[in-house]
Design a protein around this ligand. Structure first.
Ligand code: ZN
Length: 303
């Protein structure tokens, strides 16, 4: 694979998808459940209703999701905070044995933006150790909690043996994050529009959050998917068992899957498979994350 350190758009339709496909779609679930409560000091740990609402995810939501996946026959990836993986080791093993992709998602869903480099490195290493002890296949993918990301994150992930991340929104198709002249991390982009919490997340501590009807969410997802297919990109849906694992909302997810299946040339796959494929191709657009840009430098000079 050749790295091209240039803007992405000259490389429209960069990903010469496998023969017969013109775009890709991935269903992914972040099995957060109660972990954000433990890693956010502002949430009282004695507040049981928030924790119970979130535990619905692994207790009831996940079995319903697996049932839906088996009925539709589509692949999926599950990203586990290591705490959840340890608590529910049999679930992780079973998902892995069933062929679903498993990836990392922090230890306790720690907000990455608050971490120093050495703390983040420790969390990535320890969380991947837990998942690797439970998974049938090597763990090669990571999604940062709440999609927060530090400039040094690609380096820490590649050093930990991760080949792809799925936490950034820099494009609608896979690209690469340069670590140094020879090393890079494949990025499989996501987006807030392609997430369930933004529309349906409503808990004790976020009760101001307006709930969107499933029909409205389906409208956004379908429009976004149509656009991504047209552009020849990849659509990565990010869901949470404690949110869209509820029966009514899962019906909407199922309807979206059924709609996607009607699109000719759409590759139902996983971020790991996309990363493998991209690495096997001739070239991939690559960016270098930086804390400053010419625009930032310019505005600093203004009076
Ligand atoms: Zn999460």
């Amino acid at each position: 694979m050749t790295v091209i350190d240039t803007p992405l758009w000259p490389h429209k339709n960069f990903a010469h998808w496998p023969s017969g496909f013109r775009a890709a779609i991935c269903l992914t679930w972040d099995v957060d459940d109660e972990t954000p409560v433990y890693s956010r000091p502002s949430t009282p740990l004695s507040e049981a209703s928030e924790i119970e609402q979130r535990r619905y995810g692994i207790r009831r939501g996940l079995p319903l999701i697996v049932e839906m996946l088996k009925a539709t026959g589509v692949p999926a990836a599950f990203y586990f905070p290591a705490y959840m993986a340890r608590q529910w080791a049999a679930v992780v093993r079973s998902l892995s044995q069933s062929g679903y992709e498993i990836g990392g998602h922090g230890y306790l869903h720690e907000p990455v933006g608050n971490l120093q480099r050495h703390q983040e490195e420790e969390i990535i290493g320890e969380s991947l150790d837990v998942l690797r002890s439970l998974s049938e296949k090597p763990i090669r993918g990571y999604r940062t909690p709440s999609w927060q990301f530090n400039l040094w994150t690609p380096e820490l992930l590649t050093r930990a043996g991760v080949i792809y991340d799925s936490s950034l929104m820099g494009d609608i198709a896979p690209y690469a994050l340069a670590v140094d002249s020879r090393t890079h991390l494949i990025e499989i982009p996501i987006h807030w529009y392609w997430d369930d919490v933004e529309y349906w997340g409503h808990t004790q501590v976020t009760r101001g959050h307006v709930i969107v009807p499933p029909s409205g969410v389906l409208q956004v997802w379908k429009a976004e998917l149509d656009g991504v297919v047209e552009a020849g990109g990849s659509f990565v849906l990010t869901l949470h068992p404690h949110v869209s694992g509820r029966p009514g909302l899962l019906t909407a997810v199922r309807q979206f899957v059924d709609y996607a299946k009607t699109i000719e040339g759409l590759w139902f796959t996983t971020p790991g498979e996309i990363a493998d494929y991209v690495k096997s191709t001739d070239q991939v657009p690559t960016v270098r994350l930086a804390s400053t840009s010419p625009a930032v430098e310019y505005t600093r000079k203004l009076p």
